[in-house]
Every structure is written in structure tokens, then in C-alpha cells.
Design a protein around this ligand. Structure first.
Ligand code: ME8
Length: 517
């Protein structure tokens, strides 16, 4: 047997200064959806998520709660693991930067950077934002209302002057520009690539990569007065989980370089400038793609703790249903663009796309089979042009969806699938199987067979977004567990006439507003 192709996808590792919100759930969901798609398509997948637990920001948050940093990290990190389970994320690993395997990996990478002459000791004097865990040049700052200096993100900055190790980022300008140029799809969407490209073209300064004024982090090997800059520590997680520094291990050989680092647009510079520079300097292969998705707002407003409008994923799933929320987040916004979370939009998607379009199609056709065909997948007569047409649309979905997923056009993939759902509704309504019941029962059987077959294919095709609901649907038409992968799409897996169905039950209920009284 030939080995399966591999696919390695990562989420950012989230800071534990705050509990998970919809934005974190969104990024991990997008990765989950990509990971599930690839598994269904025959890949061996490693899907990684985790928590970023070091640095001044986390140290301060722990102190504010009167907690020991590790105890604080244990608690918040657990919330992220709970979220992963709650949202049915299929991550293969969950990394914490406080783990021993990660310390070993970071220190090994540091030594590589030092040995290759990319790290030197000097003094840093400049602006630092703890909230962003980022250094800023004077020219990037603006003045706040009270005259205080602010980073471009609006975060406050403080003056830092201390001994520091530096990474020779300036030496990697040309190599980075070549990378963007030669592999135009390594940073996506294109607008983000242009943004990092012009940042690099503007000239890179060497990067301060250690701090001495606090202790919550990984010590620099050979000089433990210094703690590694939290971003070197954090980015290295992607290597750690792939077995680094053991580069000869099976896992590293199989999964490195990563296929996709999925991030939000806020941290694209770290992933598409600093990270590839570190890797090149250490002689390690570069990731194949950094994809930076957009930002969610809540009913048109920026999501922030101070505005009190943070959306808790646990709450919305409790209200709307898990697969409904998964579908909404992936369908509503062109992946890569900013999106607005609105209750109306959510309810609309649930009632229109799920309950009306797919839910009714499945429920109406399967109940008719259950009632009128002895509860068995009907026999088929000769196919008409209309039958052939809708079947071939369903048979032709996978290559289109696959191509869209290659570019992370997740919403377009769903749109493409829903076009067939909608056309199948038109087909079903046009064929009027309820009228054929009296006039031509054999033809009715064929129409119901064709519709159920399209439902089977849609069921398999939506498993990567709505795994539980899709499986409920496939259970009703008795699709065996091992026949739910993409190799069973199309003619390969056609329904077998005579197989008894399970009693059909609605899989996508309408959202009915809870009674306010
Ligand atoms: O930056 N809309 O962690 P973080 C969409 N530890 N996505 C959002 C969002 C929103 N409103 N808010 C947050 C860090 N996100 C570092 C990463 S990686 C080596 C280290 C998502 O907890 C989005 O993916 O601040 C964003 O990039 C990430 O959460 C930031 O998470």
C-alpha cells in the first residue's frame, strides 16, 4: 500500500491572558474544517492547536488575579481544550508552550540561530507594547487623547532599555522578497501578501529577541538572565509538535514543512516575516502557506472586553446548535474577508439554507420513501434527462469543491454545494413525485431514488463542516461508516435499491425565537 499524502495545519496558539471568544473559535474551526476535508479526501492529517503561555502579558494577567503563572495558565488553557471538545474540533495535538518538549525545541532552535551567526548581544532601547507583545519604531506611533504614545493597534507602549539579544532580521530582506516573489501563493490572501511585502521593502531592522526585566518564559541557553522573546517561543510551537529538534523522526519527516499556518490578519507580520526569517536562518524548510483570515465584529462593532460585546462561543452554540454555528461561521463570510456577527444573519442561514433547503429536501424525499416504498430505497427505472442532469451535477461536485478548498475558499465551497441542493429542490418540485404516486408509481420510485442519491452525496460532502448532522442524515439512508469518505462520492457509492431505511427524522430544525416571557 502506498503511503497516504500528508497534510499539516496549525492554528495560532492563543494567549491565556483571556478566555476563548468567537474569534479564537473561528480560526480553529476553519482549521478543523480544512483538516476534516483532507482526511475525507484520503490525507494523513496533523492538525495542531494550543496555548501561548509565556511572556509579560500572561505574567501580568496572572499577577492581576493573584495567581501563580503556571496555575493561571493551567486553568485558562483548559478552557481552550474544553472549547475544542465542545465544538467538535478534531485536533490531533494540543500544545502548551510551558511543556518540556517545547523548551527543548526552542532552545535547540536558538542554538541553531546562534551557531549560524544570526544572533548577537547588544542593548535595546525603544518602545514595546505588552498587549501586542511587539516592538514598535517611533515613526509607527501615534498620540492618544491624554498625550500617551500608542501603537498602530491602539495598544499603549512603554519605553524599554535593557541588554538584549538581537536576531539579524535585516540580513533576510532579499531572501524574504524572493520567497514572496517565487511562490506567489505562500501568503494569502493576496492583499495580505502585498502588505507584508511592502513592510519588508520598507527595510527591516534587527529584532530584539530576549528580555531581562521579567522571568516568565524560556531561558536563553547559556545565559539564563535572558528570557526569549515570546514570539520566538510561540512560533516555534509549530516545529515542536512536529518533533523538532528530532528532524530525523518519522513525524518530522512526514509533516514538516507545515502546509498551512492559519492566522488572523493581526498576526500576519509575525508569521510571514519573522517566522520564515528564523527558519531560513536555522536552515529549516519554510511552511508552504500562511493564510490570514479577516476579523469578526459583533453587530457592526469591534469585539472588545471594554465594550462588553464579546461573543462567547459556548453561549451561541447553546442557543443555535453546534453544526448551525459551524455552518454559519464558514458560510457567511468570504474566507479572508472581515465578517459581522449578527443574530439575524445567523437565524436566516439556519432557517433558509439548513431547515428549508437541505432539511426539507432530505425530510420530504426520505419520508416519501419510508411511507410509499415499503421503507426501502426504491428500484430505479430508466433515467430521464432531468435525472441524469441532477445526478451529474452531484457527481461533479468534488473536483470543484476540492479546487476551492485548495485556496481556502471555504464559503465558496459551501455555496457550490448549496447550488446543487437548491437545484435538487427544483428538480424534486418539478417532478412532483406525490402526483406520480397515483399515476406512475415506478417513476415516483425513480425520482425518489435520484433525490435520495443526491442527499447521500451532499451528506458526505458536508461532513467536513457539519460532521454530526451529516452523519445523522447518512444514518437514515444506511450509508455504512466506511463508505462516508470522498472516494465513495459519485457513481462509486450509488445507493442500493431494496435497502431498508431508518425512520427519517428532521436533522435541521427551524430556529424559533425563544418566548421572551
Ligand atoms: O496573537 N476575529 O494570540 P491571541 C477573528 N499568542 N479572529 C480573531 C478575533 C476576531 N475578532 N480575535 C481573535 C496571539 N482572533 C498569539 C499567537 S501564534 C505563534 C501566537 C483569532 O490569543 C485570530 O486567529 O491574541 C487571531 O490571529 C488570534 O485569535 C489571536 O489570538
Amino acid at each position: 500500500m502506498t503511503a497516504k499524502p500528508s497534510f499539516y495545519i496549525t492554528t495560532p496558539i492563543y494567549y491565556v491572558n483571556d478566555i476563548p471568544h468567537i474569534g479564537h473559535a473561528y480560526t480553529t474551526l476553519a482549521c478543523d474544517v480544512m483538516a476534516r476535508f483532507k482526511r475525507l479526501d484520503g490525507f494523513e492529517v496533523m492538525f495542531l492547536t494550543g496555548t501561548d503561555e509565556h511572556g509579560q502579558k500572561v505574567e501580568k494577567s496572572a499577577a492581576a488575579k493573584g495567581k501563580d503563572p503556571l496555575e493561571f495558565c493551567d486553568e485558562v488553557s483548559q478552557r481552550f481544550r474544553d472549547l475544542a471538545e465542545f465544538m467538535n474540533f478534531s485536533n490531533d495535538d494540543f500544545i502548551r508552550t510551558t511543556e518540556e518538549r517545547h523548551k527543548i525545541s526552542c532552545q535547540a532552535l536558538w542554538r541553531k540561530l546562534e551557531e549560524s551567526g544570526n544572533i548577537y548581544l547588544d542593548k535595546y532601547a525603544g518602545w514595546y507594547s505588552v498587549r501586542d507583545e511587539a516592538y514598535y519604531a517611533e515613526s509607527e506611533l501615534s498620540e492618544g487623547e491624554g498625550g500617551e504614545k500608542l501603537a498602530p493597534t491602539g495598544a499603549p507602549v512603554e519605553w524599554v532599555a535593557e541588554e538584549s539579544y538581537f536576531f539579524k532580521l535585516s540580513a533576510w530582506e532579499d531572501a524574504l522578497l524572493d520567497w514572496y516573489e517565487q511562490l506567489p501563493e505562500t501568503v494569502l490572501p493576496k492583499s495580505r501578501k502585498n502588505e507584508v511585502k511592502s513592510f519588508v521593502e520598507g527595510g527591516l531592522r534587527d529584532l530584539s529577541v530576549s528580555r531581562t526585566s521579567f522571568s516568565w518564559g524560556i531561558p536563553v541557553p547559556g545565559n539564563d538572565k535572558h528570557i526569549m522573546y515570546v514570539w520566538i517561543d510561540a512560533l516555534t510551537n509549530y516545529l515542536t509538535a512536529a518533533g523538532y529538534p528530532n528532524v530525523d523522526s518519522d513525524i518530522f519527516q512526514k509533516f514538516w514543512p507545515a502546509d498551512i499556518h492559519m492566522v488572523g490578519k493581526d498576526i500576519v507580520r509575525f508569521h510571514a516575516v519573522y517566522w520564515p526569517a528564523f527558519l531560513m536562518a536555522a536552515g529549516i524548510e519554510l511552511p508552504k502557506r500562511v493564510f490570514a483570515h479577516g476579523w469578526w465584529t459583533n453587530e457592526g462593532q469591534k469585539i472588545s472586553k471594554s465594550l462588553g460585546n464579546v461573543i462567547d462561543p459556548f453561549d451561541i452554540v447553546a442557543e443555535f446548535g453546534l453544526d448551525q454555528v459551524r455552518y454559519f461561521l464558514m458560510r457567511e463570510v468570504p474566507f479572508g474577508n472581515d465578517g459581522d456577527f449578527s443574530r439575524n444573519a445567523m437565524i436566516n442561514r439556519i432557517n433558509s439554507d439548513l431547515a428549508n433547503d437541505l432539511g426539507n429536501l432530505a425530510q420530504r424525499s426520505l419520508s416519501m420513501i419510508f411511507k410509499n416504498c415499503d421503507g426501502q430505497i426504491p428500484e430505479v427505472g430508466a433515467f430521464t434527462a432531468e435525472d441524469e442532469q441532477i445526478l451529474s451535477q452531484a457527481d461533479g461536485l468534488l473536483p470543484q469543491v476540492r479546487e476551492l478548498m485548495e485556496r481556502q475558499s471555504i464559503n465558496k465551497a459551501l455555496e457550490t454545494i448549496w447550488k446543487v441542493v437548491s437545484d435538487c429542490n427544483v428538480y424534486f418540485a418539478g417532478q412532483e413525485p406525490w402526483a406520480l404516486k397515483k399515476t406512475d408509481p415506478e417513476r415516483m420510485g425513480t425520482v425518489l431514488y435520484v433525490t435520495a442519491e443526491v442527499v447521500r452525496q451532499i451528506g458526505i460532502l458536508i461532513r467536513f463542516v457539519m460532521p454530526d448532522s451529516a452523519d445523522k442524515l447518512l444514518d437514515q439512508i444506511m450509508v455504512a461508516d466506511d463508505k462516508r469518505g470522498f472516494d465513495n462520492l459519485g457513481i462509486a457509492g450509488r445507493l442500493t435499491s431494496g435497502v431498508a431505511l431508518n425512520k427519517p427524522e428532521g436533522v435541521f430544525p427551524r430556529y424559533v425565537k425563544a418566548d421572551a416571557s
